[in-house]
Design a protein around this ligand. Sequence first.
Ligand code: PEP
Ligand code: MN
Length: 370
Amino acid sequence: MQFQPIFPPHKRPILIAGPCSAETEEQVLATAHGLKNLQPDLFRAGIWKPRTRPGAFEGIGVPGLAWLQRVKEETGMKTTTEVANAQHVHECLQHGVDVLWIGARTTVNPFSVQEIADALAGTDIPVMVKNPVNPDYKLWVGAIERLYKAGLRRIAAIHRGFSTYGDSKYRNVPRWQMAIDLMEEFPGLEVICDISHICGRRDILAETAQKAYDLHFNGLMVEVHPEPDTAWSDAAQQITPVQFGQMTGALLQRSATSDDPDYLLKIENFRQQIDEFDEEIIHLIAQRMQMVREIGYVKKDKNIAIFQPERWRALADACRRRADKNELSREFIGLFLEAIHQEGINQQEKVMNQGVSTEVAAAGNLWMND
Ligand code: PEP
Ligand code: MN
């Protein structure tokens, strides 16, 4: 796919700012005037709001589109909002919204994405595609492909993190690698980081903005509200226009490398040590897997039930305690353990199923545990 840029080439970071939801005309205009001097590349505001549970504010709807037109007239900023169906697309096209975005809860559904793509065919309005709520890379790429097949070329991606259940400092865990994979696979695609929906809280926004900047995202999307605590949606993650200016003004531009010999020597030294650690880690994992296979043989021999939830719980608890003691995040250790566990299952499954027909083996695979 060959994309065309939506934003000024070489400008970094691209900035998209504005409230989670358009609430009232006054609130939208107050935010826009607060941002005017910073001239973000786009002014965002949700007009139709997909809410997780019913009863929350579900967006102001079509009247809010006229407020976006006023924002543009009074401040010169281009506008963007979320569309979730063909009707939203038609309303936005009629009201001169400059850029559309597809939300995370829509990207998961190919029927909805196709409906939007069909409604957009024949136009050349820019569209940004958020990642789906679940970490499914192909679904994200699939949504981009549907728009591309409808003839659109000005397409960008927005990384907003992934839903998770359990401990995390983030509202939506970033799984940065998935965005990095997207950048690598599609070098011409602009990728924006929506730090507000990743963080879900304002105290870690600045560090996450810097991280996204260091990871070479093209830009940031940030929820900005004149009185964040009173916001009708996502209050805990919104910041004021002044805070937005301070945060983006403080972003450090880091260079790719340095030719200082002292720096080069230190880096080389540390990298060598890291390579040695990696070798040790892989060796240890291989030894652990050998043990897992041994257990497989013993269980098979004695015809012992394989699923042992207490064992898995105890192991996970012990690892969490060790993670805390060693200043490793529980999130990281959780992902690491899951990967190790999965590989253990794969290895044990081979042992347990030796000489068993494939159908029976597949049924047995569900409940294996070391
Ligand atoms: C939003 O940007 O306000 C929004 C609803 O985001 P997401 O689709 O990422 O949840
Ligand atoms: Mn929001």
